[in-house]
Design a protein around this ligand. Structure first.
Ligand SMILES: [Zn+2]
Length: 109
């Protein structure tokens, strides 16, 4: 039970970090007015594409965190979603939103 709370807090922390990251990325994309200089505009668009990818990655991470929180809620957080083995606490320390044990994660890689 203690661990559940511990990892729940950890995941919620990560989640709010991601939310503010996504927020600042979105703010960067919607910068006020494009500069009148055409070359600047081109580089700003390129920059937006990079920011889009960053935002996309952050959103995928957010989905993983939500899934992990769901698993915590139903008491399946410590179980590997592929083989049902226990996921060691040390692994969750490193990757709080992983749903696989080391062996299954290696198989997928
Ligand atoms: Zn496994």
């Amino acid at each position: 039970m203690q661990d559940t709370m511990y990892f729940k807090n950890k995941l919620e922390d990560l989640k709010s970090q991601l939310h503010s990251r996504i927020h600042s990325i979105e703010k960067d994309i919607k910068h006020e007015g494009l500069s009148p200089d055409w070359t600047d505009q081109a580089s700003e668009r390129e920059n937006d594409m990079v920011l889009d990818t960053l935002g996309h990655n952050a959103e995928i991470e957010l989905l993983k965190i939500d899934a992990a929180l769901d698993r915590l809620a139903v008491g399946e957080y410590e179980l590997c979603s592929a083989c049902g083995d226990n996921i060691p606490k040390a692994r969750h320390e490193l990757l709080p939103f992983t749903t696989l044990c080391v062996h299954c994660a290696k198989k997928i890689e």
